[in-house]
Design a protein around this ligand. Structure first.
Ligand SMILES: CCC[C@H](O)CC(=O)SCCNC(=O)CCNC(=O)[C@H](O)C(C)(C)COP(=O)([O-])OP(=O)([O-])OC[C@H]1O[C@@H](n2cnc3c(N)ncnc32)[C@H](O)[C@@H]1OP(=O)([O-])[O-]
Length: 664
């Protein structure tokens, strides 16, 4: 856990050895305390060097131990002892120094960054010796430094607090950080440290801390996919991808080209018309140049080729289709790709919800077909749903997952069903929001409740940003609205279920969201971002309610949160039952990285577990009784089963799903 060596007969070298990141576990703290004592008591030792094994100084406290009671020596007294010691201690930092690891570096009298290999120790000793001659060790102790306190500290911290409250609504830790900074600037060191410990204790015992720790491990678990066949992340070899092609240079296609090119993959971009190709090309080049400037590198424009001909794709390793969400069009593209591409080329689709297996079925290589569902804008958003069709091979899935990782995405393997995981869950969530509009709420009231909960954007502001016409087109194609609807059909029912036509009415007025300057809100201009409540929407809602004799009622924020979020989690339980997601962590990661679910709430499934599954079940039963024509509010069998089993922790739900059918 910490190795002790005497180097050149006078330097104690303490190496932290706790893979993978040399975290400060109880065993490491114990070993460090012993090693420091040995070094300080050994008259031969004139200086101490602390470093980490395998190129990583220290990743901070061992988060795996946070769930249990604190064991082993506490960190702060150990750090105090290092700092107060009479022998110079040097932090030789390589890789990371985070959290407690950074604190450890701070209390050392000297820090050397980018440290490698032991023979530098001599240089260190020399440097330390020279500094000691010039300056006494006491001047190197951080606790003895005075902190400059600006005269306008209160005003300064007030501004920062306002900014933090706006950006990280409801999150405790950044506000506690500001209080710690105030303590550092206004109190003597010993009192400031005490204040920081108090703040830390409050945070440490909070539900937010549990949620954030859960998110940390959920994110890392999500990459570890498993198929019922036994194939999994650590026994399936991905192919190396050197070249790729993107079909379609719309918003999604452009973002995918940028994501691939900036990690060094040659990309051929295909469009159907010269004008579209030229526009797409200029936009991609602009995006890559801006991205390269921001990162201080040169833009990888030489990796790009733009073409109108699918024939140019015959030698690429992988193709990602990003044309319109139109099954007939996608099938034509996949048939064509089958003819053109060499037999080993992987064929991927960026569909956001269509049947991946139906596309695989029109190709000559269904085992090499997989969904790669990016989120818009694709070069910014971190999430990638890798949609495994029943015929996708493990090598194909491994390749898509590994390519996602290479592009810096958080990739999650999901099964094939309409909407996959993310968009399938979005439907009941959005349905509840529009039903609440019918019943008396306003878009701004619903958005405010969701934003106060922690979402970066409420559902209506998010829809305005994404564009309302996309969903409208999908509803028209699936016969829910438009001329294909039987006029005898009651306007607020489809297929025997409640249906809210308000989103269709908004689109019929040409209000497609931010891009048209009007949507659920009004904006100062097309493309504007400053959303203001629109009296016309208010009128529309009032007319709608009076047409259908709906008596508007006062709706509480609690009802908004419960109906939207419990319906969301309820669909998550069904997804687990159906084997479309392997575990609740995968669903939560999808919502955290693709849909702006607040991280300090852990994701919809973790949130449900924090509220208490019994309570979620009771509220869903209550709302379903009030709205029996909304099947999404009917509690799922898995939720009932988990409650009957005593509401086990989210990490163990998987054991209760084992017997169910997997589509992964
Ligand atoms: C008591 C004093 C408290 C103190 O004041 C406050 C703290 O220190 S709070 C703590 C402050 N520290 C932090 O918040 C640091 C959190 N960690 C990170 O930010 C990144 O992991 C790091 C940058 C270190 C490496 O990134 P990368 O290269 O992309 O690699 P990766 O991310 O894929 O992780 C590889 C493996 O390491 C595992 N693991 C990692 N860290 C820890 C840990 N601390 N613990 C345990 N395990 C940890 C991780 O689970 C994974 O395991 P597996 O089984 O292979 O899936």
């Amino acid at each position: 856990m910490a190795r002790y060596e005497l180097v050149k007969r006078s330097v104690a070298l303490i190496t932290l050895t706790n893979p993978p990141v040399n975290a400060l576990s109880s065993a490491v703290r114990h070993a460090m305390a012993k090693s420091m004592e040995q070094a300080l008591n050994d008259p031969k030792v004139t200086a101490v060097v602390i470093c980490g094994e395998n190129g990583r100084f220290c990743g901070g406290a061992d988060i795996r131990e946070f769930a249990g009671p604190l064991r082993g020596p506490p960190l702060v007294p150990l750090l105090d002892a290092i700092e107060a010691g009479e022998k110079p201690v040097v932090a030789a930092i390589e890789g990371v120094a985070l959290g407690g690891g950074f604190e450890l570096a701070l209390v050392c009298h000297y820090c050397i960054a980018h440290f490698k290999v032991n023979h530098f120790v001599l240089k260190i000793i020399k440097a330390v010796g020279m500094s000691r001659a010039a300056k006494p060790l006491s001047s190197r102790r951080v606790s003895m430094l005075t902190t400059p306190c600006p005269p306008d500290l209160d005003a300064l911290l007030e501004v920062v607090t306002m900014e933090v409250k706006k950006k990280a609504r409801g999150v405790m830790a950044p506000l506690a950080c500001i209080q710690a900074v105030r303590a550092a600037a206004t109190m003597p060191y010993s009192k400031g440290i005490k204040r920081e410990s108090e703040l830390m204790a409050t945070l440490f015992n909070s539900g937010q801390a549990r949620a954030l720790q859960y998110c940390f491990f959920a994110q890392r678990t999500a990459g570890k996919w498993t198929l019922p066949s036994g194939a999994q992340w650590n026994n399936s070899k991905p192919r190396e991808i050197r070249s790729a092609a993107i079909i379609g240079l719309g918003t999604m296609g452009r973002g995918i080209v940028v994501s691939l090119a900036r990690v060094g993959i040659s990309v051929i971009a295909v469009e159907s018309e010269k004008k579209l190709l030229e526009t797409g090309k200029q936009m991609v080049i602009g995006m890559l140049e801006r991205d390269a400037k921001r990162r201080g590198v040169s833009a990888s424009l030489n990796l790009l080729k733009f073409t109108l001909s699918l024939q140019d794709l015959k030698d690429v390793d992988l193709v990602i289709e990003a044309v319109f969400e139109d099954m007939a069009l996608k099938k034509r593209v996949f048939q064509e790709l089958s003819k053109v591409c060499r037999p080993a080329t992987l064929l991927c689709t960026n569909t956001s919800g269509l049947d991946v297996d139906a596309l695989a079925g029109v190709t000559d290589r269904p085992h090499l077909v997989v969904g790669m569902h990016f989120f818009s804008p694709a070069h910014v958003m971190k999430l990638l749903e890798v949609v495994c069709g029943p015929r996708s091979s493990s090598e194909t899935i491994a390749t898509a997952m590994s390519l996602g990782k290479r592009m810096g995405k958080v990739s999650v393997a999901v099964g094939n069903c309409p909407g996959f995981v993310g968009n399938r869950m979005l439907k009941p969530y959005m349905d509840q929001a529009t039903f609440l509009l019918e019943e008396g709420a306003t878009p701004e009231q619903i958005d405010k409740a969701l934003e106060d909960f922690g979402f970066a954007m409420g559902v209506f502001r998010m829809s305005d940003l994404a564009g309302l016409d996309v969903g409208w087109r999908i509803r028209k194609e699936s016969g829910l609205t438009g001329p294909d609807v039987d006029p005898k059909n009651p306007p607020r029912r489809r297929h025997g279920r409640r249906y809210c036509p308000i989103p269709d009415m908004v689109c019929e007025q040409g209000r497609f969201g931010q891009k048209t300057g009007r949507g659920w809100y009004m904006y100062d201009k097309p493309g504007g971002t400053n959303a203001k409540p629109d009296p016309l929407i208010q009128n529309l809602l009032e007319m709608y309610r009076s047409r259908y004799a709906i008596q508007p009622r006062n709706i509480s924020d609690q009802e908004i949160i419960e109906r939207c979020l419990f319906a969301l989690a309820n669909e998550g339980f069904r997804i687990l039952e159906d084997g479309i997601a392997a575990r609740p962590e995968d669903i939560d990661v999808i919502y955290l990285f693709g849909y702006g679910f607040p991280r300090h709430r852990g994701g919809p499934m973790f949130y449900a577990s924090m509220v208490g599954l019994e309570r979620v079940l009771e509220r869903l039963e209550h709302y379903h009784q009030a709205h029996p024509d909304v099947p999404h509010l009917e509690p799922s069998p898995l939720l009932k089963k988990l409650v009957a089993c005593g509401s086990p922790s989210v990490q163990t739900w998987r054991e209760h799903i084992k017997t169910m059918h997997s589509h992964l």
